[in-house]
Unconditional design. Structure first.
Length: 101
């Protein structure tokens, strides 16, 4: 069984027991969160929502918060001696899928 969930403007393919990195959530470590299910596939077939499957949600537990790898942003203008270097680390939340249904 797997499901397509939506969080942070992105969609993720998840199964029970998966650990997924999602956009940062306002939840404490150990807290349970719920996600909307857009599509559900199990033994009985595939259910596609319009836009979400009614009565179905994915329950997950927050495992950790962190930051991703550093991305370097370098801007310059040729012949004008303009250079600007910035770094960015995107925050994330790791969740473990406990139940779908």
């Amino acid at each position: 069984m797997y499901a397509i969930i939506r969080t942070g403007g992105k969609q993720y393919n998840v199964s029970v027991g998966d650990e997924v990195l999602v956009e940062k959530l306002n939840a404490e470590v150990g807290e349970e969160v719920s996600f909307e299910v857009l599509m559900l596939a199990d033994d009985s077939g595939i259910k596609i929502g319009t836009p979400v499957v009614e009565g179905v949600s994915a329950k997950a537990e927050v495992v950790e918060h962190g930051k991703g790898k550093k991305v370097i942003v370098f801007k310059y203008k040729p012949k004008k001696n303009y250079r600007k270097k910035q770094g960015h680390r995107q925050p994330y939340t790791m969740v473990k899928i406990k139940a779908i249904g």
